[in-house]
Design a protein around this ligand. Structure first.
Ligand code: IVH
Length: 424
């Protein structure tokens, strides 16, 4: 059983992390089924790190709370999107370290800022024992069973590591998996997710881990949590070691010196952003030396040694030409805004979902003829943020959902506590 486990996990790593399978799928399936059969026969010998855990299992009734001994804090966000944002961070670091203009430039590790859920993976003697969400930073939720279904997360570490090692990173959903999931949701008559972040959150916080297993989540490691002995001397060294241990670490990262180089990284990532397989909402700069990090410490629950430098959201103005009502496979009626085509975030958008009547009338107060602010959140789904009221033409009418189905003419009902309408 141990031999099968080791083999299966190696093949899993080759397939999901390296993208270089060394055995045919059928061989993997054969070994997997053999291990499953052995586990059924000898349940007391089933390992905590068995690959059979990756398909999920028993449904739970709630999540256990987990305390983070090393709190999971947030990072200061630089509000200036230009190069001045990077300069301001470098300035704060230099002044906190008491450096004068003559002192050499500070070394930084530049990374991507993932837009997902911060997750803590705890390894004890190299075995994944607990995975938890960030929660409020001090107390999160135990999502171990769900995290085990994420194929790129090692269940066991093969080389020598500290007895206690917490690896922190972000659980996210790739854009392609998000679009495929939403297509499946729609086909099954379920609500689509608003964006990859929501989809990742909904998938990670599933009481039934076999649902998480079907959702294709990814994890990218980006910092240390609790660790029982020194792990590396620099942040980039931490990430190198994570990668050696088999954790996915984003390829786009750089060690640079000085504020101009930070801004250059910010620009470079902006240019590559649309072609990344996942959404990011900025970049993160971290003082590379962990010794200096320690010296810089925290203010107001935010580290002084790191900052997030975001990108301005892409927003454009356009006009609402009409509101169509679409009927889904299960009879749900969804209003969709038909827009004068505009180019935003690399594509031309000519319609945007309006979710339901309340969203159109109460949240947005949107009418046909209105000029609206449209944002392509991340890069996936266009969203109408608000109406430019000053530009409302005369004679517009409040939107009303049809009382009969636009497809078959049957009556439409709205459940009391639901915002959705359905064709009967
Ligand atoms: S380091 C104490 N690195 O941003 C700093 N965080 O606003 C620890 N995030 O909750 C975080 N990408 O979920 C770090 N490369 C990255 C990140 C990153 C995204 C998230 C993280 C955190 C939030 C902080």
């Amino acid at each position: 059983m141990h031999q099968l486990e080791t083999e299966l996990e190696r093949w899993n790593y080759e397939y999901y992390v390296l993208d270089e399978p060394s055995v045919p799928d059928a061989e993997y399936d054969r070994a997997f089924n053999e291990l499953k059969a052995l586990e059924a026969r000898f349940p007391e010998l089933k390992s905590r790190t068995s690959p059979t855990l990756r398909v999920g299992g028993a449904v739970r009734t709630g999540f256990k709370k987990v305390r983070h001994d090393v709190p999971m804090l947030s990072i200061h966000t630089e509000t200036d999107f230009s190069a001045a944002g990077a300069a301001a961070f470098d300035e704060r670091v230099r002044s906190a370290l008491g450096l004068s203009p003559e002192d050499p430039p500070v070394e930084y590790d530049c990374e991507l800022k993932f837009d997902g859920l911060a997750t803590n993976l705890r390894y004890e003697k190299g075995v994944l024992t607990e995975a938890s969400t960030r929660g409020d930073g001090v107390e999160g939720e135990d999502v171990t069973a769900n995290v085990r279904t994420i194929r790129t997360i090692p269940l066991r570490l093969n080389s020598k590591v500290p007895d206690i090692l917490e690896v922190r990173g972000e659980c996210i959903m790739h854009k392609a998996d998000f679009l495929a999931l939403n297509a499946r949701q729609e086909a099954a008559g379920e609500k689509p997710f608003a964006n990859p972040r929501n989809a990742a959150a909904g998938s990670l916080r599933q009481l039934d881990s076999s649902v998480t297993a079907q959702r294709t989540l990814h994890f990218y490691a980006y910092c240390l949590g609790e660790v029982s002995e020194p792990f590396a001397e620099t942040q980039s060294g931490v990430l190198d070691r994570f990668a050696e241990l088999g954790f996915p670490v984003a390829h786009m990262r750089e060690v640079v010196k000085g504020p101009e180089a930070l801004a250059a990284f910010h620009d470079k990532v902006a240019a590559a952003r649309a072609s990344l397989p996942f959404e990011i909402d900025g970049v993160v700069y971290k003082v590379n030396s962990l010794e200096l990090e320690e010296e810089l410490g925290f203010i107001a629950r935010e580290p002084r040694w790191a900052c997030a430098h975001k990108y301005p959201p892409e927003e454009v103005l356009t006009q609402v030409l009409g509101i169509d009502v679409q009927v889904g496979r299960t009879g749900r009626l969804t209003p969709v805004a038909r827009l004068a085509p505009v180019y935003v975030g690399g594509v031309t958008v000519s319609n945007a979902t309006l979710h339901n009547e309340d969203h159109v009338v109460k949240d947005l107060d949107l009418r046909v003829g209105d000029t609206v602010v449209l944002r392509r959140a991340g890069d996936v789904i266009p969203e109408i943020l608000r109406v430019v009221k000053e530009r409302r033409p005369a004679g517009t009418k409040v939107f009303e959902m049809p009382h009969v189905c636009p497809i078959c003419g049957s009556a439409v009902i709205r459940d009391e506590e639901e915002k959705d309408m359905r064709c009967t």
